[in-house]
Design a protein around this ligand. Structure first.
Ligand code: TLP
Length: 342
């Protein structure tokens, strides 16, 4: 099977498994795991932040950040398709008692004027606007990169109005490789940043939150409260370190492959690909009703040994990653006429 459902499906390579097997470990809840400590220091430094905290998932990273920045009753501004709002099971309300204020963006990018208009005046009737969350790259918008000028404008607004900013950087690695903008430059605009090792970088588990020392001290307590304190987690941190060292540079290959696939798909009548949004490793396309439902197309691709995700009624997502090679993309492209020209 060629699995294009997500970049989360990768399996650890032989080299990564060796690094995991050889990892020095200790009890990380007690702060004793040398490999976790090395990962936290290494990635915090890459992001230009004082401190980092290793957590089990991207969802937990975002939710700890929301919890650490806010108080119950606060409002959090984010783009309408943001993962923290759409795909985290209502956790901001469940875990932090905050209300989300979604704003429709273009290609996942919010206009600064719309963000400004969403900030509540200080008044007893309103929730307190506390936090702005950005996502880079933006998953639901098709792996789009948030322009640095837009981030800068929103930061200036946050500074003027006293709001904080969190970056869901699950795929910040991809934005960095696509643009050449240093990770620390992106991260510098945010009070906290989350990054994932278990997506394009190919580690089996793990994310990290970075911020200043006081923020991470508070976040560590919320990690414990949320049940994310892990013991000999160095085995996982070793995989994450290996991923950062060996799999970051190669993300450009995934981007090129997603671009090729997008180009091939766009040649078929009734298949709509917004080529402008295909900037990294994620590709969304939609199928006209004459061709079949998204579920039907997913089923036909599965019969050809290709897995993708349906976003009913018309949308389909394909994601390239470490376990998808050049010849897999050729196989997929060769299968397309059997799916769409029948
Ligand atoms: N995204 C997953 C699904 O949950 C949709 C995927 O297959 O793409 N932020 C962003 C931008 C994400 O895309 C994801 C995962 C997360 C956070 C959450 O990470 P995990 O799955 O580790 O909790």
């Amino acid at each position: 099977m060629i699995d294009l459902r997500s970049d989360t499906v990768t399996r650890p390579t032989a080299g990564m498994r060796r690094a995991m097997a050889e990892a020095e470990v200790g009890d990380d809840v007690l702060g004793d795991d040398p490999t976790v400590n090395r990962l936290q220091e290494t990635v915090a430094a890459m992001l230009g932040k004082e401190a980092g905290l290793f957590v089990p998932s991207g969802t937990m990273a975002n939710q700890i950040a929301v919890k650490t920045h806010t108080r119950p009753g606060d409002e959090v501004i984010c783009e309408a398709g943001a993962h923290v709002y759409v795909y985290e099971a209502g956790a901001p309300a469940f875990l932090s008692g905050v209300q989300m204020r979604p704003i429709a963006g273009k290609h996942g990018v919010m206009d600064v004027a719309d963000v400004e208009a969403a900030i509540r005046p200080q008044n007893v009737h309103h929730p307190v606007s506390r936090l702005i969350c950005l996502e880079n790259t933006h998953n639901r918008a098709g792996g789009t990169v948030c322009p640095i000028e837009n981030i800068r404008e929103i930061r200036a607004l946050a500074d003027r109005t006293g709001l904080r900013m969190h970056l869901d950087g699950a795929r910040l690695w991809n934005a960095h490789v696509a643009t050449g903008i240093p990770l620390a430059e992106y991260a510098g605009y945010f009070d906290s940043v989350s990054v994932c090792f278990s997506k394009g970088l190919g580690a089996p588990v793990g994310s990290l939150i970075a911020g200043d020392g006081a923020f991470i001290r508070d976040a560590r307590r919320f990690r414990k409260i949320f049940g994310g304190g892990m013991r000999q987690a160095g085995i996982l941190a070793a995989a994450a370190l290996y991923a950062v060292e060996h799999h970051l540079r190669r993300l450009g290959e995934d981007h090129a492959r997603a671009g090729r696939l997008a180009g091939a798909l766009s040649a078929f009548d009734g298949v709509d690909v917004d080529l402008e949004s295909v900037q990294t490793n994620i590709l969304f396309f939609s199928v006209a009703s004459g061709i079949g439902s998204a579920e039907r197309i997913v089923e036909r691709l599965r019969e050809q040994g290709i897995l993708v995700l349906a976003l009913p009624p018309r949308g389909i997502r394909a994601v390239t990653h470490l376990d998808v090679e050049e010849r897999d993309i050729e196989t997929v492209i060769a299968a397309l006429p059997r799916i769409f020209s029948a």
